[in-house]
Design a protein around this ligand. Sequence first.
Ligand code: CP
Length: 293
Amino acid sequence: MKNIVKMGDLTNEEVFQLIHRGLEIKNGKHVESRDDLYVANLFFENSTRTKHSFEIAEHKHKLKVINFEVATSSVNKGETLYDTCKTLEMLGCNLLVIRHSQNAYYEELKNLNIPILNGGDGSGEHPSQCLLDLMTMYEKFGTFENLNIIIAGDIKNSRVAKSNYRMLTRLGAKVRFVCPDIYKDETLGEVVDFDDVIGEVDVCMLLRVQHERHAEKMGLTKEEYHEQYGLTPQRYEKLKETAIVMHPAPVNRDVEIASELVEAPKSVIFEQMKNGMFMRQAMIEKIIKDNQL
Ligand code: CP
């Protein structure tokens, strides 16, 4: 099957096709109805944006959305991910959207005959978030060549940081990181001091401190984290006139970003969420076409 489970699955040409199609749909272009297709969204981790924007995108294409809830499914009787997905395939489901805490969970689903859109795998990748982030940057700048980008936060554990770093560097952007030592990932790019670079960046992308997983290891209070690694009003004032502030959300207000800046003029945080729905429509169209569903 042709899946979209990591950014490496897509060529640069396919990425630009998805961005252009997402923007076309945003601008009101017609989308095809496919009321003959069934889709199930399997979210083994919490989600507001990804789950519901995929759901709304599916409804916009008139797909029939199966109401799959992990909490009331036989997953709770010990059924494996593979068996759950195979069951949905055999019941006649045509497409799966999956979020799971296990990195690269999709490797164990290779023998399925049903395509998969990855809604996020552990600390692995988050391709639909990356694509909506690319769409939002492209909408603003019209190119990725030589864009100066910082990503600030828990780089090591962030699937958003990994997908974005790999794809943006492939597209010609310069991506650097701001993070506490414990959140560094030596396999990714250069780590810099926030205050040394804030005045020169085009994109300031903040990541959520994952309190539920890793915050206790940091050894910083929320206030200390905000002062050292967060977007404070003082740092915001130093941003270029044309710079944008991004965050995949959910936001920890006054930790990664001062609460008053979440909807500041340079913030595109809520625009990212809006773009997410259009990008997920473009992804659904692509997977239907690529697999001749
Ligand atoms: N950005 C993102 O993935 O948000 P959710 O966890 O709410 O889906």
